[in-house]
Design a protein around this ligand. Sequence first.
Ligand code: SAH
Length: 219
Amino acid sequence: MDPRRSGIGMTSARTRERLVQRLMEQGIKSPAVLDQIRNVPRHMFVDEALGTRAYEDTALPIGFGVTISQPYVVARMTEALIEGIPPRKILEVGTGCGYQTAVLSPLVSTIYSIERIGDLLTKTKARLRDLNIRNVQFRHGDGFKGWVAHAPYDAIIVAAASEVIPEALLKQLGPGGRLITPIGPEGRQELRRVVRRGDDFHTEMLGLVSFVPLLKGLG
Ligand code: SAH
């Protein structure tokens, strides 16, 4: 039997548990988030050749010049997103391979997810359907513009870095809504959480991160 499917070796419970332990040591506390890191089969989101590295706490290439995010960063962003009153309607910018989407899926009601690379999105849609993830609506589009038709959102999560926060995304945040995004030049960014209070926006720094850039237009 294919070891990728049978749960032996690199996909074993023990390998995944080691990753969960590591994230706990690094300060991830939410049991719901840690359960998702334990449950989501990250090896299904990367090429077979990289399967042995799927439960390392590192970003990995997924083709099209982009990466699957580091598990610690996915966990940290998810924790920051669901803290307090759990958000129901989410906008995700940068679907990529869908790993963040899969981690988030059971923790919220609906995810609207935008990706600029059409061929990548086609593969990701099929993968999430195979994993029986149903509460996601996808759009091939430019996340700089958000997705006006479904706004306002309780929360917005951005998986690629911009120099400044796109104005359209701030506008699409509902009252008390929060936006989690990396800000800064490629390879050296700050993760920020911005919370909307009326027309005021409160910003918190969540640490240093390294993301691919948020690019304009379609890929
Ligand atoms: N969320 C993914 C990480 C994806 S990497 C994970 O869980 O691993 C960032 C993704 O953002 C890439 O797929 C890239 O193509 C996409 N992206 C970059 N700029 C974008 C834009 N303006 N609109 C939508 N997606 C964008």
